[in-house]
Ligand binder design. Sequence first.
Ligand code: CMP
Length: 140
Amino acid sequence: ALERTLSIIKPDAVAKNVIGEIYTRFEKAGLKIVAAKMKHLSKSEAEGFYAVHRERPFFNALVEFMISGPVMIQVLEGEGAVAKNRELMGATNPKEAAPGTIRADFADSIDANAVHGSDSLENAAIEIAYFFPTTDVYAR
Ligand code: CMP
């Protein structure tokens, strides 16, 4: 089915100047960028976005990392977009990410892991709404 998912290029990958290379991977896989913005998240925005992880031991480090520089946030649309994006990203820990995935190629650690992608269609809808009003999402 035609789906939409939320993708974030994290501060490490933005600093490495690989936004374009990552966008090319999305496009070559048939994912269309239907909304996008660069943003330096505030602490409360990052905490709110990752609220499901609030009780995890890595929560504070995750939030500090996510506000360490600007991120590039986009909505990707395509057939099976949620799973397709997760396939392109590779495992959360770059040491476990398959060769040729975004994290294998651009990530340095489980914290500085280059990209975020929604893990389910339900969370995709929540995460998209967190950053983009409906009127700022195009195509379809
Ligand atoms: P992300 O997909 O953005 O979702 C939560 C993030 O927490 C994850 O990517 C990692 O960058 C970070 N993180 C740090 N430690 C862990 C861990 N042990 N398990 C899962 N995520 C972790």
